[in-house]
Design a protein around this ligand. Structure first.
Ligand code: SAH
Length: 251
């Protein structure tokens, strides 16, 4: 019994102080690493913008700013987070990909967007492109055909407080009649031809950027203009996008 009583123990106030110091130390270290990590992402984005965007041909200050500020790493699966700011597309599951950062910036710049514009996006995917559009102050309506991707994108966009994006689980070939006409339309999956419904839902004077081409065919990114009810288009560059699936007439 005596032996037990002789166990060397810190007196209670000293013990408290010790635990407090340890706790503070732990909190400081955790805080520092979180801060360092956040700082890292900021630096990675800065590098991405200067090398992949400004270093190429992206000139719009508002687009460059959106690319600098939208946290792309939140939109990619955890195992690819460190690659989020690399010059490449990345898998997002269900055989789909998040576009290369340059492609997101390029397509966005083509549309010459202004705050308050109403945009339709076909192919929400990860939700990243929608976040970039929302960051520019646009109201974004985005359609995704794969329900799991639509849910995930909705979740991330909500967590990051992008309240000006609505995601619909559905078929982009049908457009989103309820909010039409749109100032601009951005399509991030490739159909074989420009879907007539999307032309119908584009505002007079509006613009659409869309990759066109069949599976295993060379695709071209096209700029489409609607003027006096007439459509004109211009090819911008060869591209490779996942196919736009579920064309109604093909079923
Ligand atoms: N903009 C996305 C990239 C999307 S990849 C991003 O920023 O991550 C193209 C997406 O289009 C895929 O998620 C694919 O499921 C979707 N898609 C393909 N066909 C579609 C259709 N008919 N309607 C809506 N979405 C479609």
């Amino acid at each position: 019994m005596d032996m037990l009583n002789q166990k060397p123990e810190l007196k209670s106030p000293a013990r408290c102080l010790c635990s407090l110091v340890l706790l503070l130390l732990l909190l400081t270290i955790t805080g520092l690493t979180t801060n360092m990590k956040a700082q890292n992402w900021v630096q990675m984005r800065e590098k991405m913008v200067s090398e992949q965007m400004r270093g190429r041909d992206i000139r719009s200050a508002s687009v460059l700013n959106a690319m600098r500020e939208v946290p792309r790493h939140h939109f990619v699966p955890e195992q690819y987070q460190q690659l989020a700011y690399d010059d490449r597309p990345l898998p997002i599951g269900w055989e789909q990909t998040i576009s290369q950062p340059y492609m997101v910036a390029f397509m966005t710049e083509q549309l010459q967007l202004k705050p308050g514009m109403k945009i339709l996006e076909i192919g929400t995917g990860s939700g990243y492109q929608a976040a970039v559009l929302a960051h520019l102050g646009c109201m974004v309506y985005s359609i995704e055909v794969i329900p799991e991707l639509a849910n995930k994108a909705r979740q991330v966009l909500q967590q990051l407080n992008y309240n000006n994006v609505e995601v619909l689980t559905g078929n982009g070939y049908l457009g989103w009649e309820e909010h039409a006409p749109y100032d601009a339309i951005i399509v991030t999956a490739a159909p074989e031809e420009i879907p007539q419904v999307l032309i119908d839902q584009l505002k007079e004077g509006g613009t659409m950027v869309i990759p066109i081409g069949g599976v295993n065919e060379l695709q071209y990114l096209k700029m489409v203009y609607k003027q006096n009810g007439q459509i004109s288009s211009q090819s911008l560059m060869p591209v490779r996008f996942v196919p736009m699936v579920n064309e109604p007439s093909a079923e």
